[in-house]
Structure formats: C-alpha cells, structure tokens
Design a protein around this ligand. Structure first.
Ligand SMILES: [Zn+2]
Length: 64
C-alpha cells in the first residue's frame, strides 16, 4: 500500500478542512399542501405521499 512520504502540514490540513461545509437539505414542494418536504418522504406538514395520507402530521412550532 502506498504510504505518504511526508507529514501533511497543519496549514495544508486546515486549508483543506476549511472547504468542508454543511449544505442545506434539498426539499421538494408538497403537491397537497405546498409545504417544503424531503424528497421520497411523507410530507411533515400534512403526512401525504403519492396521493395518500400515511400518518398524522407532525405539528411543530416551525410549521406555518
Ligand atoms: Zn403536505
């Protein structure tokens, strides 16, 4: 197995890790209620997915 010849400097490590950023989750618009929802998941606002209501909606303080 290949081995690195030199120790990676702290500056190189930090500059590489400085580009690691969290990205916002991608959402789709619910066709039933229009709220943003995760794709391939039941809507957290109304609980519908592919034209069916799968469960009671999770009512959070964030929902409008
Ligand atoms: Zn919905």
């Amino acid at each position: 197995m290949a081995l690195p010849k030199y120790k990676t400097s702290r500056a190189n490590t930090h500059s590489r890790r400085a580009n690691w950023k969290a990205s916002a989750a991608q959402t789709v618009t619910c066709p039933n209620c229009g709220a943003p929802a995760l794709p391939h998941m039941a809507c957290p606002s109304c609980g519908s997915f592919r034209g069916r209501i799968y469960r009671e909606a999770i009512h959070s303080t964030h929902a409008k």
